[in-house]
Ligand binder design. Structure first.
Ligand code: AMP
Length: 227
């Protein structure tokens, strides 16, 4: 008996360097397609804040802009994927970041008869990433992302989505750490573009333009690969 792919929950990966817009676009896809955004960065920041063993081990590495060990990240992702809401389909933002993680993901999905629908590479110029990252901030209440130059709330300091008035900036969003994060991306994550291309699962999108235009292009890709 063959399983109808239409009935399988979608699994999409957003690839791209820090600042490419993975988190912003994942939130749009979450809203428009009913998918669940899984950000290993968010999961790790929550683990650091909660003071778990994984969080304690990850903290210094994250502050330095390096990659947390595959073992820690894979365990965190495995646990999150097992939660019931992920049955709606997921959009992975910031995972996988190494070939070991990509292979682990293939294995985890295979256990449930699943595989990824697509890995979508957000194509950007590195030079613009430092400006993008250093201007960004987030609503502490709902996680909506903003930017000093590219996406300001309608009322200064007040979240458009939830009305919250507490905005936060990430500790690792500074020029020095961003340089390390970009280096980690090119050395360890960029090879995944070839990995997914080899599996026929790679899609690319120019992610240098306007946020809404990129969302529109992504929506077409997602519709295409999930129908
Ligand atoms: P992000 O929020 O995706 O920019 O991730 C913030 C930081 O968390 C990264 O700079 C890494 O230190 C760590 N991190 C997030 N996801 C991963 C991952 N898949 N593998 C290793 N480290 C990760």
């Amino acid at each position: 008996m063959t399983t109808d792919v239409m009935t399988r929950p979608a699994v999409l990966i957003l690839l791209g360097p820090p600042g490419a817009g993975k988190g912003t676009q994942a939130r749009v896809l979450e809203e428009n397609f009913g998918l669940v955004q899984l950000s290993t960065g968010d999961l790790l920041r929550a683990a650091v804040a909660a003071g778990t063993e994984a969080g304690k081990a990850a903290k210094a590495v994250m502050e330095a802009g390096g990659l947390v060990s595959d073992e820690i990240v894979i365990n965190i992702l495995r646990d999150r994927l097992a939660e019931p809401d992920c049955a709606k389909g997921v959009i992975l933002d910031g995972f996988p970041r190494t070939t070991v993680q990509a292979e682990a993901l293939d294995g985890l999905l295979a256990e449930n008869g699943q595989k990824i629908n697509a890995a979508i590479s957000l194509e950007v110029d590195d030079a613009a990433m430092v400006t993008r990252i250093s201007g960004r901030y987030t609503c502490a209440g709902c996680g909506e992302g903003y930017h000093d130059s590219f996406k300001q709330p309608a009322v200064d300091g007040k979240c458009d989505k939830c009305g919250g008035e507490k905005m936060t900036r990430r500790a690792d969003d500074n020029a020095e750490t961003v340089a390390s994060r970009l280096e980690a991306y090119h050395e360890q994550t960029a090879p995944l573009i070839a990995y997914y291309d080899g599996k026929g699962a790679l899609k690319k999108i120019d992610a240098m333009g306007d946020i809404a235009a990129i969302s529109g292009g992504l929506a077409k890709i997602v519709t295409d690969v999930t129908s």
